[in-house]
Design a binder for this molecule. Structure first.
Ligand code: F6P
Length: 341
């Protein structure tokens, strides 16, 4: 079989580990040939490819990013986009695709599978918000980066008696904020699932100072104050209609200073959370996903996504992963709240 591989959406640590596993097992054990599509769905749309043989994937396991490149191209937003993809696959002699991506990339894969394209999906996102899988690779790395930042901020916050805010990624789901905040001993964690009261945050800040400690507040970029989205700075929309977020941390620092009289500063971790080498957990998960994805393709089990359930890798319909996001449940957030203030 001739199989195309692409990586779409925001990159994350572990993408190269998936590509390596797919090609090593696919070429080495099954005897398939591979075509690398560049920059997500733009590759099959514009016919931009790169060679993807065993020698091309040597040494990439620990490397962050993706050797294939990525983009947020949405072929369903391009005139005749889907037809162009099917024609290009045909002209390249590509029988099937392995699409590695999050909600948007796999949403496109789901719709293409419904139109008869042979696709297997692999879930990725540092946000960990894809349904049908317990974890996505990239998340553990992002959480560790954010946790280390929180550890460092604790000591400087204490020295200067400041409230320090850490803004982390998480557009719709607060998984990174929750895990990094709990692991780093944050005093308040604010996530998109539960709008927050600025008054309560300020009360936590004050009680923390009264106990002679300096508060650390972790806020997900998609978190909003009660009754408004006024804190979010919108910087345009991507091809999937998502706003570019950012600014909630800075806004909150202003409110804390105004209401408590204490100095408050913000650190925005941004793309640092997505870059660099994956943790052992993410390398392992990404590798196992890659191995199982090529098994599914070899068995012509199309329209499926590989997923982690407990310690097993299973196959689920692509649609199960993309119709609804996996959000933080109230019981989990309540566990974090025990440590607020
Ligand atoms: O999709 C994952 C994500 O990490 C979101 O949490 C975040 O909003 C987005 O990527 C930002 O991506 P970019 O800056 O590449 O548009």
């Amino acid at each position: 079989m001739r199989i195309g591989v692409l990586t779409g959406g925001g990159d994350c640590p572990g993408l190269n580990a998936v590509i390596r596993a797919v090609v090593r097992k696919g070429a080495g054990i099954y005897g398939h040939e591979f075509v690398g599509f560049r920059d997500g769905w733009r590759g099959p749309l514009e016919n931009t490819t790169m060679p993807l043989g065993i020698s091309d994937v040597r040494g990439i396991l620990p490397r962050g990013g993706t050797i294939l490149g990525s983009s947020r191209t949405n072929p369903f937003k391009v005139d005749g986009g889907v037809d162009r993809i099917t024609e290009n696959l045909h002209s390249l002699g590509v029988d099937a695709l392995i699409a590695i991506g999050g909600e948007d990339t796999l949403g496109v894969a789901t719709k293409l599978a419904e139109r008869g394209v042979h696709v297997v999906g692999v879930p990725k996102t540092i946000d960990n918000d894809l349904n049908a899988t317990d974890y996505t690779f990239g998340f553990d790395t992002a959480v560790n980066i954010a946790m280390e930042a929180i550890d460092r901020l604790h000591t400087t916050a204490e020295s200067h008696h400041r409230a320090l805010i850490v803004e982390v990624m998480g557009r719709h789901a607060g998984w990174i904020a929750l895990h990094a905040g709990m692991a780093g001993g944050a005093n308040v964690i604010l996530i998109p699932e539960f709008p927050f009261s600025v008054e309560r945050v300020c009360a936590y800040v004050e009680s923390r100072f009264q106990a002679h400690y300096a508060p650390i507040i972790v806020v997900a970029e998609g978190a909003t104050p009660d009754g408004g989205e006024n804190a979010i700075i919108e910087k345009g929309l991507d091809a999937f209609g998502h706003a570019r977020l950012g600014g909630i941390g800075e806004w909150l620092a202003g409110e804390i200073e105004k209401r408590t009289g204490k100095e408050a500063r913000t650190t925005v971790l941004g793309h640092i959370q997505r870059g660099g080498t994956p943790t052992a957990f993410d390398r392992m998960l990404a590798t196992r996903f890659g191995l199982q994805a090529i098994d599914a393709a070899s068995e012509s089990d199309w329209g499926k996504m590989v997923a982690l359930r407990g310690t097993d890798i299973v196959r689920v319909p692509l649609a199960d992963a993309t119709t609804e996001l996996k959000l933080v449940r109230p019981e989990l957030y309540a566990e974090a709240e025990v440590f607020f203030g």
